[in-house]
Design a protein around this ligand. Structure first.
Ligand code: C5P
Length: 228
C-alpha cells in the first residue's frame, strides 16, 4: 500500500514551460514537457496530500489534484504567490522563462518589403523561486527548486547547482544534468537532491535513476524527512 505520509499536508507544485507572447500568433517557449512536475503532483496526491498544480503544460490533469492553468511567467507568479501562504511544501518544477519580449505587438508581425528582420528586445522575468524563498509566511514551509545544469569550464554540474541553491535561498534543489536527448520530454530522469541544511557543503541525496514517477517518489521521501 502507498504510505499516506503526506496526509494533512498541502503542497503546491508548478510545472511546464511558460510561453511568453510576442504577437497574437507567436511566443517564446522552451522544451519543458511538464512531466516531472505532473509526476510530483500525482505522487503527492497518492500519498495523501492536498495538491495544487499551477501548470503551463497541456498534459491531462492528474487524478485528485486541483489544477490552475497559466501561460506566462507573470501569470505563474501571480498564481503561485496566491497559493503559497497555505502550502507546507512548494515545489517549483516549472521551466519559467528568464526573459520575455519587452513589448507585445497586438497584430501579427509582418515581413517587411525591404527584406529586413525585426529585432526583438527582451526583458528579465522576476525570479519566482527566489521570491518565494525570501518571503515565506508559513512557519516550517519547505521550498524546493529545480536546476537543469550542464558542466562547463567554470565548473561541474554540482558546482553550478550548489551556487544556485545559495543564490535562490531555497531548502532543497533537485538537480539534473541536461544535454541533447536528456531529461526534456523523456519519461526517465536521474537527479541529485541538494539540501541547504548542509550549509557550505550541502548534503547530496543521489536518487536512483528511474521513471519520472519513481524520481518523484524519491523527492517526496527527502521532503517528508525534512518536514518531520
Ligand atoms: O535560474 P534557473 O532558471 O536555472 O532556476 C531554476 C529554478 O528556478 C526552477 O525551480 C524554476 O522553477 C525557478 N525559476 C523561477 N523564476 C524564474 C526562473 C526560474 O522561479 N524566473
Amino acid at each position: 500500500a502507498t504510505p499516506q505520509d503526506l496526509a494533512g499536508r498541502t503542497v503546491l507544485v508548478s510545472a511546464g514551460g511558460t510561453r511568453e507572447p510576442l504577437d497574437p500568433v507567436r511566443f517564446l517557449g522552451n522544451r519543458s514537457s511538464g512531466k516531472q512536475g505532473y509526476a510530483l503532483a500525482a505522487v503527492a496526491a497518492s500519498r495523501g496530500a492536498d495538491v495544487v498544480l499551477v501548470s503551463s503544460s497541456s498534459l491531462p490533469d492528474p487524478a485528485g489534484v486541483r489544477v490552475v492553468r497559466v501561460e506566462t511567467a507573470e501569470q505563474l507568479r501571480t498564481a503561485v504567490l496566491a497559493e503559497a501562504p497555505s502550502a507546507d511544501v512548494v515545489v517549483m518544477a516549472a521551466a519559467v522563462a528568464d526573459f520575455r519580449p519587452a513589448r507585445f505587438t497586438d497584430h501579427k508581425i509582418k515581413k517587411s518589403d525591404d527584406g529586413g528582420s525585426p529585432v526583438i528586445e527582451l526583458v528579465r522575468n522576476p525570479d519566482i523561486l527566489a521570491e518565494l524563498a525570501a518571503h515565506r509566511t508559513r512557519p516550517g514551509q519547505v521550498v524546493v527548486g529545480f536546476a537543469a545544469e550542464t558542466g562547463d569550464a567554470q565548473g561541474s554540474v554540482l558546482d553550478h547547482a550548489r551556487a544556485k541553491l545559495a543564490r535562490k535561498g531555497c531548502d532543497l534543489l533537485v538537480v539534473n544534468e541536461v544535454g541533447v536527448d536528456k531529461t526534456f520530454g523523456s519519461d526517465d530522469n536521474t537527479v541529485v537532491v541538494l539540501d541547504a541544511a548542509g550549509g557550505e557543503r550541502p548534503v547530496e541525496h543521489a536518487l536512483d535513476p528511474g521513471t519520472k514517477t519513481e524520481v518523484a517518489a524519491g523527492v517526496w521521501n527527502v521532503v517528508t524527512r525534512r518536514l518531520a
